[in-house]
Design a protein around this ligand. Sequence first.
Ligand SMILES: N[C@@H](CCC(=O)N[C@@H](CS)C(=O)NCC(=O)O)C(=O)O
Length: 207
Amino acid sequence: MTIRLHRVPLSGHAHRVELMLSLLGLPFETVEVDLAGGAHKTPTFLAMNPFGQVPVIEDGEATIADSNAILVYLASRYDTSGRWLPRDPLGAAAVQRWLSVAAGELLNGPGLARVEVLFKRPRDPQRHRLAARLFEVMEAHLAQQEWLAGGAPTIADIALYTYTAHAPEGGVSLQPYPQLRRWLARIEALPGFVGMRRSPDAPALSA
Ligand SMILES: N[C@@H](CCC(=O)N[C@@H](CS)C(=O)NCC(=O)O)C(=O)O
């Protein structure tokens, strides 16, 4: 059964789902949603996600919205090894902690700094302060362990990857964070890794 991923190519939320699908080796097809044309606010789309946002997946009879919820679903349903979403109490809590960071600090800092640049919106300096605080915390954490939620990659790493890797597109440099850059490289070396398209006039990702 082919999974349908409703997405836009420059959405890091959608990319984290595409990356997980690819790492799990699952067959999927992408459905491009015309956000500029308001396709995500039509009754058909709102029936899949009342918040009117990508990503959404359709997997047979199941429709799931929200990138982190989709990562939980994919790992729970398809990862027979159980390594992407640990079930033990401490492992599960460690993953959930970083999923919250992905929906909070990561989005509100580097994620929205990138949106401001890409869509030429007014700049809020608070985005860069949040990004610096987040990346300092991640840098210290990754000096202690190779992956965010323990000794092996989990959906926590996938949830945090895209908007961290693409932070330079929002003018947030990754140069001060060598541990962070090594962690990005470890994710990029995973079998099945696929990157997200860069914005055409964005700065180099290594900036
Ligand atoms: N919590 C949601 C956030 C998704 C989100 O912000 N999607 C953006 C694109 S990156 C979107 O669809 N924006 C259109 C809108 O909000 O109208 C998730 O993790 O999937």
